[in-house]
Design a protein around this ligand. Structure first.
Ligand SMILES: Nc1ncnc2c1ncn2[C@@H]1O[C@H](COP(=O)(O)OP(=O)(O)OP(=O)(O)O)[C@@H](O)[C@H]1O
Length: 321
């Protein structure tokens, strides 16, 4: 197995003071919205599984900020994945701690999307293991704690749907059997407001721009008030105005203690939020630490990151080898 570079073997990663503070603040369950993940009972499947929810409750009950802050929300160890006959992840290790914002960076085809899709169980590993909230992925059932925004999708399904309908779909993991409660409807309304689309809530998603679509998808992920938000290139193909709204939305989530893993090809307006960067190259981790500074590296040869979904000129990341 081609193990990743030494940096990924270091168990304790630099976590910014800001991140540590957020993690501690998160311990005050009061920082979560009243209808948030921390205040709601679990559904039957979750309760039956006895997995993450119970462990999380125990951790909170223990009242030891250090303990929960130290437990990784995502732990990836020796993850190896093959697509077709091609090895795409070659034994990668990384983790994301509670309250951290971690960017997964790297050149086109380095395995970023495969890594996040493995984390949410869409791509099976051929070796290694992944845990979410200290529960092995194969036993993890508490998906309402996880919000996922996939790469390159639109909010359109072919069936006419309004912004509110699409965002409401994101709440289904929390909706008890039966009709949505007042709290469910309020959470959907909040998510729509957060992404600045309150005035478009009744509009068909087919009438929205690409950037607005992306905002709908993020609102859909936020509607469940997840503790962990995983986003695959949330800024790709998004106009500047929408980028700024998305950055503000994410800032708000992070301030409330949400843990974030996001694939990016450039840090852009999200840079101030990023605590740590994990850089992939050919399916291996080549850096795990402070976000690389884009300035200066742009001038180096081989630093163009051509994003296949964005027409026009190559985007530069300053992060590539
Ligand atoms: N279904 C598939 N079958 C075979 N190979 C695949 C498949 N999906 C992706 N790959 C290959 O796996 C590698 C990693 O792809 P992945 O999408 O994870 O990279 P990425 O770093 O997210 O790239 P990008 O920045 O272009 O989105 C690429 O070489 C890609 O061609």
């Amino acid at each position: 197995m081609n193990r990743p570079a030494a940096v990924s073997e270091v168990p304790e990663m630099a976590i910014s003071a800001e991140s540590a503070q957020r993690a501690a603040a998160r311990q005050d369950a009061t920082t979560r919205p009243a209808t948030g993940a921390g205040s709601e009972p679990r559904d039957g499947a979750d309760a039956a599984s006895g997995d993450g929810a119970a462990e999380r409750t125990r951790a909170h009950d223990a009242g030891d900020p250090g303990k929960t802050a130290a437990a990784p929300v995502i732990a990836v160890r020796g993850a190896t994945a093959t697509l077709g006959s091609r090895p795409v992840l070659r034994g990668i290790d990384f983790h994301v701690r509670s309250g951290e914002v971690v960017a997964l960076l790297g050149a086109n085809g380095s395995g970023k999307s495969t890594a996040v899709r493995s984390v949410i169980g869409q791509i099976p590993l051929t070796a290694g293991e992944i845990s979410l909230f200290s529960t092995p992925l194969r036993r993890f059932r508490d998906w309402s704690r996880v919000g996922y925004v996939p790469q390159r999708t639109t909010a359109e399904s072919g069936v006419p749907a309004t912004v509110r309908e699409v965002v409401s779909a994101g709440r289904l993991s929390r909706t008890r059997l039966g009709w949505p409660t007042k709290a469910d409807r309020a959470a959907v309304g909040r998510a729509i407001e957060l992404v600045g689309l309150a005035d478009r809530a009744k509009d068909s998603v087919s009438a929205l721009s690409g950037g607005q679509h992306q905002r709908v998808l993020i609102a859909r992920a936020l509607a469940a008030e997840p503790e962990l938000l995983i986003m695959d290139e949330p800024m790709a193909g998004v106009d500047l105005a929408s980028q700024e709204i998305l950055a503000a939305t994410l800032r708000e989530q992070v301030a409330a203690g949400t843990t974030v893993l996001l694939v990016l090809h450039e840090l852009g307006p999200l840079e101030p939020l990023i605590d740590r960067a994990v850089v992939l190259r050919d399916g291996c981790v080549t850096h795990d630490g402070p976000p690389p500074r884009a300035v200066g590296q742009h001038a180096l040869p081989g630093h163009d990151h051509v994003h296949p979904h964005a027409a026009g000129e190559p985007l530069r990341t300053g992060l590539l080898t």
